[in-house]
Design a protein around this ligand. Structure first.
Ligand SMILES: [Zn+2]
Length: 216
């Protein structure tokens, strides 16, 4: 019996690891928000969730702008979607290729209208695009301490519970800056945006910039 369970487990892991990538083509007939679009494949509408990015929710700052930006890039065009997975809402996770060969997901990220969706995507190139937009302070990065949409969805806002202090330096995932724990600016970081670093080097490695007031 034990062996059977072990074999069953191995089979599940193997299947989970297998990529089920495939491509579909269709005309974009709807943009639900910045990271979710609808295409018409033959005569069937298909909802696509753009892979690797997470746009601000509609009621968040820049949510509407993100939607408009995505729309301006793809609405009415015939696109190719490379499907890699399905999410729990049955939306297909896709990289969408525009008629000019550009990748829609990347364009939105580069313009600063999305966060890199770290939880589901670990590609360095995607992370770098977010970092670049953030340092240029374009799109949502022009805002003051933007709240990641995944925190917003979980009711996260400035009054969400503070995470436990797990390092000697505190950073803000919104501003990309880090501080000494004693810094007044560090204390003002919304709870949902807090990230801790054990060392200064660890913060620098992750592209966080030292605060000019406390010189961490
Ligand atoms: Zn500081």
């Amino acid at each position: 019996m034990k062996n059977f369970i072990r074999i069953a487990f191995a089979a599940v892991i193997l299947l989970a690891g297998a990529c089920f990538c495939y491509e579909i083509t269709g005309k974009v007939i709807g943009v639900k928000d910045g990271d979710t679009i609808e295409i018409l494949k033959d005569i069937t509408p298909v909802t696509l969730r753009l892979d690797g990015i997470d746009c601000p929710e509609k009621r968040q700052d820049f949510g509407q702008k993100a939607k408009e930006y995505t729309s301006s890039l793809c609405f009415g065009k015939t696109v190719k979607a490379v499907i890699s997975d399905k999410d729990k809402y049955d939306r297909l996770i896709a990289k969408v290729i525009l008629p000019d060969g550009k990748i829609l997901n990347d364009e939105i990220l580069k313009a600063g209208f999305a966060w890199h969706f770290k939880k589901y995507n670990s590609e360095k190139r995607t992370a770098d695009m977010e970092t670049a937009a953030r340092s240029k302070r374009i799109g949502l990065w022009a805002g003051k301490d933007p709240v990641p949409p995944w925190d917003y969805r979980h009711g996260g806002s400035n009054d969400s519970k503070a995470p436990p202090v797990t390092g000697n330096f505190i950073g803000s995932v919104g501003s990309g800056k880090f501080h000494k724990l004693s810094c007044e600016w560090g204390k003002k970081i919304p709870n949902s945006n807090r990230i801790y670093f054990k060392t200064r080097e660890e913060a620098l490695r992750q592209d966080y910039k030292p605060c000019k007031a406390c010189n961490p």
